[in-house]
Design a binder for this molecule. Structure first.
Ligand SMILES: O=C(O)CCC(=O)C(=O)O
Ligand SMILES: [Mn+2]
Length: 219
């Protein structure tokens, strides 16, 4: 049996690659790929007790992306504002606990990006269907802005908009696939970011959906 250059290159090629985006932000390609199936199973389980729902912004707009949370606090929005809540306003019960493998993934991804000792207490879970989008915003409701954000993509691909320091600035467009993880913090912790309208598609793990997890130190 012959072993050609192509075989050699494919076994040397890392399953994951670290791509710096800018000082403070890193794209970890494929970092969660091998855990994606388990993550989706855990998300389905969480959504059974804390269902995905379309929240309303303080301005009265219904968000096109459906959201839920797990962890000690969950991000919510309604007519009274954006904030973290210890209980799910829909059920009155505490948010489901953050599964240990979620916490481990967030800690490992943060460390791979240079942020050691990350201890997330909140995980916002977003569900996108084709045509839905997340407009440019900053994650600024967390009490601890020294901790990074760890963002995990699952299912359908998306175009992540990243890197403007004001809402009117032109962000970079970064293609994200299932298993990719983006980490940002430090000088870029309060950068504007968003997600372009999701293209139509079908993914073996999630069907016509993209799920994103963002891990935060909120309390
Ligand atoms: O879905 C994404 O990739 C980003 C999500 C996000 O920025 C957020 O939930 O605050
Ligand atoms: Mn965000």
């Amino acid at each position: 049996m012959s072993f050609g250059l192509g075989d050699l290159l494919s076994c040397l090629e890392p399953a994951q690659a670290i791509e710096p985006i800018a000082a403070g932000a890193v794209l970890l390609r494929g970092f969660a790929r091998e855990r994606a199936r388990c993550l989706v199973a855990a998300i389905d389980e969480i959504a059974r007790s804390a269902p995905f729902r379309n929240m309303v912004t303080p301005g009265g707009f219904r968000m096109s992306v459906a959201m839920t949370n797990c962890g000690r606090a969950g991000w919510v929005t309604d007519r009274t504002g954006y904030r973290y809540e210890p209980a799910d306003p829909m059920t009155g019960r505490p948010w489901p606990p953050m599964p240990r493998p979620f916490r481990r993934l967030a800690l490992e991804a943060a460390a791979a990006a240079g942020y050691t000792g990350f201890g997330p207490d909140a995980c916002l879970m977003n569900l996108y269907e084709p045509g839905t989008r997340l407009s440019l915003h900053r994650d600024e409701n967390e009490r601890d802005l020294t901790a990074p954000i760890v963002s995990v993509s699952l299912g359908l691909p998306a175009v992540f908009l990243f890197g403007s320091h004001n809402r009117g600035g032109r962000p970079r467009r970064i293609g994200l696939e299932s298993g990719d993880v983006v980490v940002w913090g430090g000088p870029l912790r309060l950068v504007y970011h968003g997600v372009a309208p999701l293209a139509e598609g079908e993914h073996p793990l999630t069907g016509r959906r993209r799920i994103n997890l963002t891990f935060r130190k909120a309390l």
